[in-house]
Design a protein around this ligand. Structure first.
Ligand code: ATP
Ligand code: MG
Length: 355
């Protein structure tokens, strides 16, 4: 196992940078998810780490070894990196064991040692006894596990996974997520897991790097991303956060009072937060319908969607265009067009952009 260090990586295709000054320090044994919308540069980052591509600037270290950078470029086969792709192309004419053994055969590992390692890898992914089957006789999830075994059998120091569950149905995905988590617990392998599914990233990762347009916006634990987003993009992207204007008044430690749509509310903030105009991130669970005529601020329901046991309520704040949403349990007296007052129980003042 090894740590992975990416330092100020830049990669440009044509005019626009696809990776723009990307830095990441992944700890030994850590499970890191790279999360971001389609086209933000996730696969490009993985290709630089794997060594399929050379960055324009910056460097990559696996453990203490520089594998890309000013000192040169270590080819993929010498990086000890295992890769699992979304399309886990197994060779259909080979048995499961043959597929898993192939990389060892190419590397010149003897037959007895090969058989031992293939058995161990199949055991690790829960496929004991499946060695002689043809890939066509496996389910999608089992095939993905063979792909994982094929990657692990080479004893990589780092495993890269590029949307490995994207082709599976929702139930299988959930089962495979649990398997990945268990596998990581058992082996302690350093893993870099690319996905654009935030529930998957939240469920699996120790830390998540949120990418947008070739940049890492925030690299933090799932809970930190949710509770303390570093900027408006992360706030809105993770957990459908609502970004609202606030007027920060008194800051005491990591809490403050702030003006919000004419009401005064308490929010969490960074201890270095200054007074004055800022943006805050609200979550659906921070909003409450309040009874008192003077409490909170006025809004009007614009849409109600039944969610089974509760409604998703969208409301527009009076005198502006801010659109908020929250969940109201069933039975619910609200209807579209109804006036209501909302109060805010919590929120996070987004720190001003650094630099
Ligand atoms: N070899 C290449 N030549 C030119 N442009 C490329 C090349 N590889 C990637 N790109 C561009 O770089 C951008 C990032 O691509 P990348 O594959 O890294 O995105 P991604 O985040 O993995 O997206 P997805 O979630 O859709 O897989 C895209 O705009 C893509 O068109
Ligand atoms: Mg991709």
């Amino acid at each position: 196992m090894a740590r992975l260090t990416v330092e100020r990586l830049t990669k440009t295709f044509g005019a626009a940078p696809v990776l723009d000054d990307v830095s990441l320090a992944v700890r030994d044994g850590e499970f890191v998810a790279i999360l971001g919308p389609s086209g933000c540069g996730k696969t490009t980052l993985l290709r630089q780490v794997a060594g399929f591509d050379r960055p324009d600037r910056g460097r990559i270290l696996i453990g203490d070894d520089e594998v890309s950078g000013p000192t040169g470029h270590v080819p993929p086969e010498r990086r000890r990196v295992g890769i699992v792709f979304q399309s886990y192309a197994l060779w259909p004419h080979m048995s499961v064991a043959g597929n898993v053994a192939y990389g060892l055969e190419v590397a010149g590992v003897g037959a007895a040692e090969r058989a031992r390692r293939v058995d161990a890898a199949l055991h690790l992914v829960g496929l004991d006894g499946y060695g002689e089957r043809a890939p066509a006789m496996l389910s999608g999830g089992q095939r993905q596990r063979v792909a994982l075994a094929r990657c692990l059998v080479t004893e990589p120091s780092l495993v890269l996974l590029d949307e490995p569950l994207a082709n599976l149905d929702v139930h299988l995905r959930a089962a495979m997520e649990r398997e990945f988590a268990r596998f990581h617990e058992r082996t302690g392998t350093t893993m870099l897991y690319i996905t654009h599914d935030q529930a998957e990233a939240m469920a699996l990762a120790d830390r998540i790097a949120v990418m947008s347009q070739g940049r890492v916006l925030q690299f933090a634990t799932p809970s930190q991303l949710y509770r303390e987003p570093a900027d408006e993009t992360v706030a809105a992207f993770i957990g459908e956060g609502m970004v609202v204007p606030v007027d920060v008044r008194d800051v005491e430690g990591s809490s403050c009072t702030a003006g919000l749509f004419g009401a005064v509310v308490r929010m969490r903030c960074d201890a270095s937060q200054r007074r004055g105009a800022a943006s805050a991130c609200l979550r659906a669970e921070h909003l409450r319908v309040t009874g008192g005529a003077g409490a909170g601020f006025a809004a009007r329901v614009v849409a109600m969607t039944y969610e089974g046991g509760s409604f998703r309520v969208e409301a527009r704040v009076d005198g502006g265009d801010a659109l908020l949403h929250f969940h109201a349990p069933e039975p619910c007296p609200l209807v579209e067009g109804a006036a209501l007052r909302l109060d805010v129980a919590d929120g996070w003042v987004i720190p001003p952009a650094a630099g």
